[in-house]
Design a protein around this ligand. Structure first.
Ligand code: PHE
Length: 340
């Protein structure tokens, strides 16, 4: 009787199936738990005649092992099924991921840096809260120069000698102070001027200034570097023109215009029909500045230039209102996704 039962159970076990982990657990409970089939057979085994015990005991063990092997086999089958990704559609379009974009001022600043890096300039950094010496005095600003005036400069309260830098020329002063020529640096950074905020002016903006000091530096070198920059930035057909100007720290000084890149120089509202737009100030470093910063002006000469990143960005992307740059409106920022 018991032998027949075991025999038919062996057949049953061979055909067991489990579609998932839950079905497998049900099988385990049915056969191997305390109240399961195997324990039931053990109960019957007690009543088997002693002379048959050995043979039937072996059969019973065989059934138990077969069961355990079968359940293990089913468990492994389920595990590999979980790893099987053959039903994944890898060609399906993914869900769109909202990506941030680089700020237009950063895009343009990086482009400027990139161009001058290729010309051998390295980057220098300095503090935004500066002392009067590095912002003005070391750069040959006379004591009564209007740029020191309350209307232009933010002073730190109770510290008339500490200001928010009005240009990154202060970094150039620090570089001259701390290193020996030849010097070829680019100083990008935020600067502050006490102006009412409007579409055309802001109390802070961004500059990239450059300084080159060596033994035989001429105005021609400056002109060539700026022409190269203008062509790289605004296209190979861009023309430049230099107009005499004045800065305390350069002599001679000039302002540089480029042929209006919006109308191609024909004249439009942006260039006020002149065909030219101003983009930067430049000049040969005044010997007084070299001397004030510990550089022998009889041996060394230098040129410097400085531009506003907002101005260049306006020209490249025609942003009409300066305030857009600092408002963090994602609708504005998203427009630069393609430029990233
Ligand atoms: N520092 C000047 C400014 O802020 C720009 C400049 C730099 C001009 C170097 C000439 C030479 O306007």
């Amino acid at each position: 009787m018991l032998t027949d039962k075991i025999q038919s159970l062996l057949g049953e076990v061979a055909d067991l199936q489990a579609a998932d982990a839950k079905a497998l657990e049900e099988l385990r409970i049915k056969y191997l738990s305390k109240k399961g089939v195997i324990n039931g057979l053990m109960g019957e085994f007690r009543d088997v005649a002693p002379e048959s015990k050995r043979e039937i005991g072996m059969k019973l063990n065989e059934l138990k092992t077969a069961l355990q092997d079968k359940l293990n086999e089913l468990r492994e089958g389920l595990a590999t099924k979980e790893d099987d990704h053959s039903d994944l559609d890898l060609t399906r379009t993914p869900y769109p991921i909202a990506m941030g974009t680089r700020h237009p001022l950063s895009i343009v600043k990086n482009e400027i840096i990139d161009i001058f890096s290729r010309l051998g300039f390295s980057i220098a950094d300095g503090p935004e809260v500066e002392d009067d010496w590095h912002v003005f005095s070391s750069l040959n600003f006379p004591e009564d120069h209007p740029a020191r005036d309350m209307q232009d400069t933010f002073f730190v309260e109770q510290h008339p000698d500490i200001v928010l830098r009005t240009h990154t020329s202060s970094v150039q002063s620090r570089v001259m102070e701390n290193s020996k020529p030849p010097i070829r640096v680019l100083c990008p950074g935020r600067v502050y001027r006490n102006e009412a905020i409007s579409a055309r002016a802001h109390c802070f903006f961004h500059q990239v200034e450059g300084l080159y000091i060596d033994k035989d530096v001429s105005f021609t070198d400056l002109k060539q570097v700026l022409l190269t920059f203008a062509r790289e930035m605004f296209g190979p057909d861009t023309k430049i023109r230099l107009r005499p100007s004045y800065f305390p720290f350069t002599e001679p000084s000039a302002e540089m215009d480029i042929s209006c890149n919006i109308c191609g120089g024909k004249g439009c509202a942006f260039c006020k029909q002149t065909g030219w737009v101003e983009i930067l100030g430049c000049g040969m470093v005044d010997p007084n500045v070299l001397e004030a910063n510990g550089i022998d002006s009889k041996v060394y000469k230098g040129y410097a230039f400085g531009m506003g990143v907002e101005r260049i960005t306006n020209l490249k992307y025609q942003v009409k209102d300066l305030r857009l740059f600092s408002e963090n409106d994602v609708r504005f920022l998203d427009e630069f996704t393609a430029a990233n």
